[in-house]
Design a protein around this ligand. Structure first.
Ligand code: AKG
Length: 273
């Protein structure tokens, strides 16, 4: 795993709200994580969450036919797949996320396998952080390409610098790819950047960077493994997202989200000395 970041890479991330790291995984790691995702797909039998029959994303049900064809989405593979656990809880990735964000400690919020099947719909422009149960401008995700994610297969796109001005208000993610510009008309004229990646490469993006992905214009698969990271010390903001019924009954707005079972601290600068 190519886990060392240069100052130039960190500066690029802070300025643009994303960074691409080519050849992040070794061939052996790529093969192992690819197989692990396929294994989870088989075992989950369509369940998105490891511990409950939950369909993630409230809007999905209404327009199931369309959203089912954006991607297959499995969450928290680290909780029921040992190989994925080794990836998601890897301290090296945690350190990269913390260094890019500029924080001393980072927790896993949730992981996701995002699989664009043959001829999948595009992923409309959206923000991530407004969906999460905490509000932190520094929260971010890693996105690892497990297949070649080219322009044809549904690569990511970013609007560089957008993370500096977007807010925690949720513009949603609609069938129309441009819905976000109703809330952010200033970005309607912005230049987007494609992020094609070879299998094994990865990107990090800030949860407030406007991003989306192309349709899959091929009969092949575009598998990606992602993980959202929450800077340590964040508090509950009242949004449910992945929280369980049990957590919801206990949590009050303003409570620390520091349960190691659900949101493990994967990197702490204090322990890294
Ligand atoms: O993989 C995709 O199509 C979209 C990914 C995404 O939006 C994310 O990882 O935040």
């Amino acid at each position: 795993m190519k886990s060392d970041l240069t100052k130039t890479q960190i500066d690029f991330y802070r300025e643009n709200g994303y960074i691409i790291i080519e050849d992040f995984l070794s061939a052996g790691e790529l093969n192992a994580f690819r197989n692990a995702v396929d294994d989870s797909v088989r075992k989950r039998k369509g369940n998105k969450m490891p511990d409950r029959a939950l369909v993630y994303g409230e809007g999905d049900e209404k327009e199931k036919d369309y959203y089912d064809k954006v991607f297959d989405q499995l969450l928290n593979l680290w909780q029921d797949n040992e190989v994925m656990k080794s990836l998601i809880l890897d301290e090296q990735i945690g350190r990269m996320a913390a260094e890019l964000a500029g924080v001393d400690g980072i927790r896993v919020w949730h992981d996701q396998a995002l699989i664009k099947k043959p001829w999948a719909n595009p992923t409309s422009w959206h923000l991530d952080t407004p969906y999460w149960s905490f509000s932190d401008r520094k929260a971010l995700s890693i996105w690892i390409a497990l297949d070649d994610a080219t322009l044809e297969y549904g690569c990511l796109f970013f609007i560089p610098g957008s993370h500096k001005t977007t807010t925690f208000k949720n513009p949603g993610i609609g069938k129309n790819i441009d819905l976000i510009f109703d809330m952010y008309p200033a970005y309607k004229a912005a230049k987007s950047v494609a992020a094609p990646m070879k299998a094994g490469s990865c990107s990090f993006h800030c949860g407030l960077t406007i991003h989306g992905a192309h349709a899959n214009m091929t009969p092949g698969y575009r598998r990606a493994m992602t993980c959202a990271f929450m800077p340590d010390g964040n508090v509950y903001n009242g949004i449910r997202n992945i929280l369980s019924d049990e957590q919801l009954t206990k949590l009050k707005i303003g409570d620390l989200l520091n349960e190691d079972t659900g949101n493990p601290l994967v990197y702490s600068k204090a322990k890294d000395k």
